[in-house]
Write a protein that binds this ligand. Sequence first.
Ligand code: MN
Ligand code: MN
Length: 294
Amino acid sequence: MSDLFWLTKTGMHELAHLHFADADASYEDARYAVFGVPYDGTTSFRPGTRFGPRAIREVSFNFESYDPATKIDFSEVPITDLGDLAVSRLPEDLVGQVADVAGDIVRDNKVPVILGGEHTATVGAVRAVRPDVYIVCDAHLDLRDELDGTPYSHGCVTRRVLEAVEDVVVIGARSGDREQFEIAAERTHLYTADTVRERGIGAVLREVREHVEGRRIYLSIDADAIDCCLTPGLGTPEPFGMTPLDIREVVRALAPYAVGFDYVEVAPFDSGQTAAVAAQMVREFIARHWVAGR
Ligand code: MN
Ligand code: MN
């Protein structure tokens, strides 16, 4: 492990904000390695996603260990929580840190599960995981080549990912400039929020599943894919989006194919809805992946 980056695990279990519920396995035994990236260094609108990992972990203790839909108990699933990355200030350094840690996790034959923090972290994870297909739910195309002087802004994530992964699927988008929508049409499989609403998430996912069958995917959920009227704890809120149930369908359908997962862009200054959905989606991801792999 790149242990330099980690807070010590000693005492972690007394500190709920550093520990996802039921993530009690040792690193050696774990199949899933959770870590937080409390970074919002390139925020362009409303800061606060650095507090996302803490809020997701805190609310994770609200939920029962038992998941009736899959009939698994999370206390019986080998999950570890490595704590939060001691994040660098510069986004390019942050991307390198995440790549180092996610790379170690993948080499140790585990699945990285990242709590964000702004979307920038995903670039590092994708570089480490090297999936066949990158699938992202996001209100924004994130296809800018540069934003506020950096190519590693949260607004450039999908553009950077395209440099490492040819096959990109975007679900739920409804914001971007003309150039980004042109790039999306040419180089990604784009299902806008309107498309999801018109066709239904089930029909969209049947198509996506056919597309990814037999291949390794990385699944990234930007919290603002969900309509800001439903989960308002967001740095860049957009209405007319997906629902939490849509996102749950995405996670249920695609987790079995995933070699890495993140839930990012939670800015927990609402009444807790955004972090609660995030924590449940982390659980959903682990449950569906674990059941599929058994
Ligand atoms: Mn994003
Ligand atoms: Mn977004």
